[in-house]
Design a protein around this ligand. Structure first.
Ligand code: AVJ
Length: 327
């Protein structure tokens, strides 16, 4: 047995080393979500500038009965990146009104978020049975159960979570899901929309650079997370929060920009030796992409993953889209 395999690998260290030793420094957005980061994200969803969460919730509140009845049979709901599943309750409640029981299969990397989802939903919606699955739907194959032969699967990928991924990665995630579905099953995909007549670039940028600085704290918290987990010596206040619109890639980007020349040390650990990372003044760590879609890019993404869009639901201002697509 090589000793290597007995040493616990640390995905945080591996990701930080890979991203910070690259010519253009990056950190993956999943590193935002330690306990404090998850709390800060919850706060972001309540900000006046961050229209995404409340807009999608309003769309689901209005159209949930129509969405769940459109599959025309008993359904089970499965959700990628379920988190605490607060918006999903709208769909589960609608399903529980038209069938005696609903099996809900949330899939998430966070066991604590799943525990909260199980607790809240079983308490609040009679008739819902929750079967959580701890899995990374990006890197591992997922499993969705069909409780009876005639049950159809309604898969949810909401919250604009798909926006964090490149078009190629997004296609891979949807293909992983598609492999679990059969004709008649469906996907409900939530996507934020690109700026246009109803959404100024300024309003979009403000959603990622709020007046209270909650998003700035969320962005800088990625460094605090690394300090705690790896023993790095980042001074979060030595980095500016930057939110910019990249029209070529149709995405919002978040960066942390070094206020001055500085060096940071990653201590030695089982993932690698001690490393000193140097920053020039103005150099950035690219921490997140949030892709923004058009009807055409939603349709082509779904098509490349073998889904057929059947209906897109919008808010009255067309800020956000929730698209139903069949397998
Ligand atoms: C959770 C990925 C949908 O991209 O809007 C919020 C995360 N980043 N503010 C998004 C986020 C900055 C959010 N998603």
């Amino acid at each position: 047995m090589p000793t290597q395999e007995l040493i616990a690998s640390n995905p945080v260290s591996e990701a930080a080393r890979e991203g910070l030793l690259a010519a253009r420094k990056t950190l993956p957005p999943w590193l935002f979500y330690d306990e404090r980061g998850s709390r800060l994200f919850e706060q972001i969803t309540l900000l006046p500038e961050y229209y995404l969460t409340r807009t999608e919730r309003a769309i689901l509140a209005t159209h949930a009965p129509e969405i769940v009845s459109s599959l025309g049979a008993p359904i089970t709901l499965a959700e990628l990146g379920a988190g605490t599943a607060t918006k999903t309750g709208l769909l589960l409640a609608a399903a529980a009104r038209i069938q005696p029981t609903v099996l809900y299969q949330p899939i998430d990397v966070s066991p604590s978020a799943l525990d909260e989802a199980v607790h809240n939903l079983q308490r609040d919606i009679p008739g819902v049975n929750v079967r959580p699955q701890v899995a990374n739907y990006i890197t591992e194959p997922i499993r969705i159960t069909r409780p009876t032969k005639h049950t159809r699967i309604l898969a949810l990928y909401i919250g604009s979570s798909i926006g964090n991924f490149s078009p190629a990665e997004a296609r891979g995630i949807l293909l992983n899901l598609r492999a679990q579905l059969a004709p008649g099953d469906a996907l409900l995909l939530g996507t934020d929309l690109a700026p246009g007549p109803n959404k100024s670039e300024a309003a979009l940028i403000a959603a990622y650079d709020d007046a209270q600085g909650v998003t700035a704290a969320f962005n800088r918290n990625i460094l605090t997370h690394l300090n705690r987990e790896l023993g790095t010596n980042f001074i979060p206040g030595c980095f500016h929060h930057r939110a910019l619109w990249n029209p070529t890639e149709s995405r919002m980007e978040m960066h942390l920009e070094s206020k001055r020349p500085q060096s940071v040390t990653i201590p030695a650990d089982p993932s690698g030796p001690a490393q000193t990372i140097h920053f020039e003044r103005g150099e950035t760590i690219h921490t997140e992409n949030s892709h923004k879609f058009t009807p055409a890019t939603i349709a082509s993404l779904l098509a490349t993953a073998n889904f057929t869009p059947t209906h897109t639901y919008h808010d009255p201002n067309h800020l956000f889209a929730v698209t139903l697509a069949t397998a």
